[in-house]
Each structure stands twice: as C-alpha cells, then as structure tokens.
Design a protein around this ligand. Structure first.
Ligand code: NAP
Length: 282
C-alpha cells in the first residue's frame, strides 16, 4: 500500500487563486507589513517567500528590516506606527527574534485586528473558547484546510499531536477538538510515545526533531501530517520518516510541499480577512 499524498502545494495554490479573485472582484486595497529583525538565514527565506506570495495575490507588502542589534523599543515603536497606518491591515513579525527582545511583549503590542499570525492572547483566547471569527494561527489553520479539502473526516477520530508549542501544537489541538476529534497532546516528557502515536487515526507531528516518527509508530491506515522542517544536504526533511510511513499510512503530507505552502496561504487569507474586517467589507 502506498499513501495518498496530501498535496499542500496544490491546495495552497487554489487558496491563493481564491484570494486573488476576491481581491480583484471587490477591489480591496490590502496591505501586509512584514518585519524582520536580524539576519537569520531561514527567516530571510520565509520573509522572501511571504513577500512573493503577496505579490501573486494582489496584497501589497511592506518590508521592514531591522539590524540584529535593534533595541526592543525601536521594534515596539515601529509596531505602534504600523498599528496606526491605514494602509496596513496585517502585521507580521518574523520569529524567532534576537534574544534581547521579548517575543511576548512584541506580539502583545500588535493590534489584535492586524495580528495575522494569530499569536496574540486575544486571538488565542477566542480559539480556546471555540470561537471561529478571529485571526487564527496560520500553520494549524493550514492543517485543518488540508484535511477538509482532502475530504478527510475529523469528527470522532483519534487525533494525536506530537508537540505542544504555542504556534503549532497547542492551537492545532484546540482546532482538532473544535472539529470534534478526540485529542491527545504529547511532548518531550511523554513516556512511550509510540504506544500513543500508534493509536492515532490522525497523527500530527510538530516536534522539530528530524525523522522522529518511523513506520512502527504509525497506525495502519492513519492520516499523517508532518509539520517539521529540517534543512539537510539531501534537501528538506520532516519530523516523519516519509518513505517508511507512506507505506503504512492512508494519506500523508510530504516535506516539502505539504504544510509549508499552506502556512503562507493561510497568512494571505488572514491578511484579506483583516483588511475586510477593518474596511468593513463583506
Ligand atoms: P518547538 O517550539 O520547538 O516545539 C516542539 C515541541 O515538540 C515541544 O512541545 C516539545 O516538547 C516537543 N518535542 C520535542 N521532542 C519531542 C519528542 N522526542 N517527543 C515528543 N515531543 C517532542 O517547535 P515548533 O515551533 O512547534 O515547530 C515544530 C517543527 O515544525 C519545527 O521543525 C519547525 O521548523 C516546524 N514548523 C513548520 C511550519 C510550517 O509552515 N511547515 C511552521 C511552524 C513550524 P516540550 O514542550 O516538552 O519541549
């Protein structure tokens, strides 16, 4: 058996087309500010890809590059200016930030209506309350979109999440719960991980550990979503041993071409939503 490939790249392309069509048909002036502090190579690539995706959909991007030595206050002042700029509907501060800057302080400074990463307490709180009308974190939203657009039933399924980060593990657990999955969250202190992952109908892996999940940890016929991204000499790898797991699973996301493109598509979707809400467009 060979698993069905959940093609995040193709689904993301369809979502981008929908966004482009809506922006054109409603003539929406939509602006996203992307802020990068420092010169982390991976972050530079992410920012470049986000700016490119904006140009493909008709969203105007505004890039701000701050020196690695920039003071926290300088960044907070920039965010304040962007909060008050009517051309800007979404503000994204690329993480991680240099260690002398508090990410929590920076995220809390962003107007929740412009928080297109969905990381602030107000947007996370709404997610916790089971609400749907907010800017939700992009990677977890992208995972839900992949599953839904691939007609994968979530309700009543055993979903196991590997990882409990604020940006992936916790929010995807809440979203899967909202979709009526029975959710188990695992983390680095979990004992006998395999005994839990092997019960998963839907296994979502966001551990940041290259090829942590092998075939023996996957239930036959499971749906496997691999969030991990690891740059290696052989190209990008995930948290799952794809070659092995794809022989056991019913469906699986590849790396690259799975969750990654969906994250960017959901960022654009959030930016359009933020613009429509701020401009009071239906
Ligand atoms: P993170 O903040 O480092 O969190 C990793 C989580 O995995 C933690 O909760 C950690 O547990 C848990 N963990 C680590 N080792 C484990 C193990 N052996 N068994 C079980 N759990 C383990 O990472 P993240 O930001 O969530 O990102 C995870 C991965 O996804 C990374 O590879 C990242 O690059 C990738 N990512 C991809 C996208 C995308 O668009 N595709 C977006 C975001 C992140 P503790 O809490 O106990 O430490």
């Amino acid at each position: 058996m060979s698993a069905f490939i959940l093609d995040g790249k193709a689904i993301a392309a369809a979502i981008k087309q929908e966004i482009k069509d809506e922006i054109e048909s409603k003539n929406i002036k939509c602006g996203l500010a992307v802020v990068l502090v420092g010169d982390d190579e991976a972050s530079k690539v992410y920012v470049k890809n986000k700016i490119k995706a904006c140009s493909q959909t008709g969203i105007k991007s505004y890039a701000y590059y701050l020196q690695p030595t920039a003071e926290e206050n300088e960044l907070l002042q920039l965010i304040d200016a962007l909060n008050n700029d009517s051309n800007i509907h979404g503000i994204l501060v690329q993480l991680p930030l240099p260690s002398h800057i508090s990410p929590n302080k920076v995220i809390s400074a962003i107007n929740p209506k412009k928080d297109v990463d969905g990381f602030c307490a107000q947007n996370m709180g709404k997610l916790f309350l089971g609400e749907t009308d907010m800017l939700a974190p992009c990677t977890p939203s992208g995972i839900i979109e992949i599953l839904k657009r691939s007609n994968i039933e979530i309700s009543g399924k055993n979903a196991v999440i590997v990882g409990r980060s604020n940006i992936v593990g916790k929010p995807i657990a809440l979203m899967m719960l909202r979709e009526n999955a029975t959710v188990t969250i695992t983390h680095s202190k979990t004992k006998d991980l395999k005994s839990i992952t092997s019960l998963a109908d839907i296994l979502i892996v966001a551990a940041g550990k290259r090829e942590l999940i092998d075939a023996s940890m996957v239930k036959k016929g499971a749906v496997v979503v691999d969030v991990g991204i690891h740059r290696t000499e052989q190209g990008l790898k995930g948290d799952v041993k794809f070659d092995e797991a794809s022989k056991i699973a019913q469906a699986i996301t590849p790396v690259p071409g799975g969750v990654g493109p969906m994250t960017i598509a959901m960022l654009l979707k959030n930016t359009l939503k933020a613009a429509k809400d701020l401009l009071e467009i239906q």
